[in-house]
Design a protein around this ligand. Structure first.
Ligand SMILES: Nc1ncnc2c1ncn2[C@@H]1O[C@H](COP(=O)(O)OP(=O)(O)OP(=O)(O)O)[C@@H](O)[C@H]1O
Length: 308
């Protein structure tokens, strides 16, 4: 379990993390989302004792990171894939970390195997691709077989097989009752993987709730309806206050009316309905809506550049 209480970090004039109080619970994957520069990495670094909070605190299993006797046995983290010395072999990198935490050689070999790097264990890290370094970083996080895993953008640089592997790893960790705290900008990945979501913007908490509740609660939602006489149904829905869009496949997307209301209106109008369901917004749509105000770095429109 990770707990932060009023966690705050200031870098000169920049308030990177602003009074963050959250709990990352065991038995779940907690997705940590926020626009670029919103303070996710800084929060994770403070949890791992790598940045000192300006005020507030972070604890791992009830104690600050510095007070953990063998930290890697309690919490493992991937924060920076380039943390390994380029001149060292992958095996030596993990062995060095293992020895600093009283972990035996057998575990190093097991982890090399687990992250799929056994065949290149003796090669220098400097010759690795970004994805291979990312795998090595995840290996380092797993070394101590910890109860808590902190992963900053773990899918970065991984191929399809690697992404599937990380997803499966996180799920099995959570299923074993461990805590997984993972930051990612891959919204569709997080939507399908995270059980809980913590969203920050400019260092401040925006949302902290189960994924399903987050999607349902912040989603405007729309109703999908397919009817053989869509042209007859459309004015009925519009006169009841619905905003209706006809899709290229002939189905209708309705905003402003619930699915039961659409069904009732169709029945009253004597229009047959073949498909009817409520569609929640995607995590990406909800995330964009909630974080609009706190986005610091916004790209210009490619159209305006082309047209200039
Ligand atoms: N060592 C540092 N010195 C000065 N400013 C820093 C330092 N580390 C982070 N910052 C600033 O703190 C803010 C938060 O940065 P952080 O890297 O935590 O954001 P992030 O949410 O992880 O971003 P991204 O999604 O782009 O990785 C940014 O404004 C960043 O420039």
């Amino acid at each position: 379990m990770i707990e932060t209480r009023g966690l705050t970090k200031r870098f000169g004039a920049t308030l990177a993390v602003d009074g963050l109080s959250v709990t990352v619970r065991p038995g779940a994957i907690t997705g940590f989302l926020g626009p670029n520069g919103s303070g996710k990495s800084t929060t994770m670094r403070m949890i791992m004792g790598l940045d000192r909070p300006t005020s507030g605190s972070a604890s791992v299993n009830g104690r600050p990171y510095e007070k953990l006797r063998y930290p890697m046995r309690e919490i493992g983290a991937l924060l920076d894939a380039d943390a390994a010395h380029p001149g060292r072999s992958a095996y030596d990198h993990l062995l060095w970390l293992a020895q600093s935490n009283g972990i035996g050689r057998a575990r190093v070999a097991d982890v090399m195997d687990l992250v799929g790097l056994s065949q290149v264990a003796r090669k220098r890290v400097g010759t690795f691709s970004f994805g291979m370094r990312q795998r090595l970083g995840i290996g380092a996080a797993l070394l101590g077989d910890p109860q808590v895993l902190v992963l900053d953008e773990p899918m970065n640089g991984l191929d399809a097989e690697g992404i599937l592997w990380v997803r499966t790893l996180m799920r099995s960790f959570a299923a074993q009752g461990r805590a997984v705290f993972v930051s990612s900008h891959l919204m569709s990945e997080m939507e399908g993987t995270a059980d809980h979501v913590i969203v920050i913007g400019q260092g401040r908490l925006i949302a902290d709730e189960p994924m399903a509740q987050f999607l349902a609660g912040h989603s405007l939602g729309s109703v999908h309806v397919r009817a053989p006489s869509a042209t007859a149904l459309r004015p009925v829905l519009e006169s009841a206050g619905g905003r209706v869009r006809e899709e290229p496949d002939g189905s209708l997307t309705v905003l402003g009316l619930s699915a039961p209301r659409v069904g009732d209106l169709a029945l009253t109008a004597g229009v047959a309905v073949h498909e009817l369901w409520m569609r929640s917004d995607s995590l990406e749509a909800v995330f964009m809506k909630l974080t609009q105000a706190s986005v610091q770095f916004r790209a210009g429109s490619p159209m305006s550049t082309a047209g200039a």
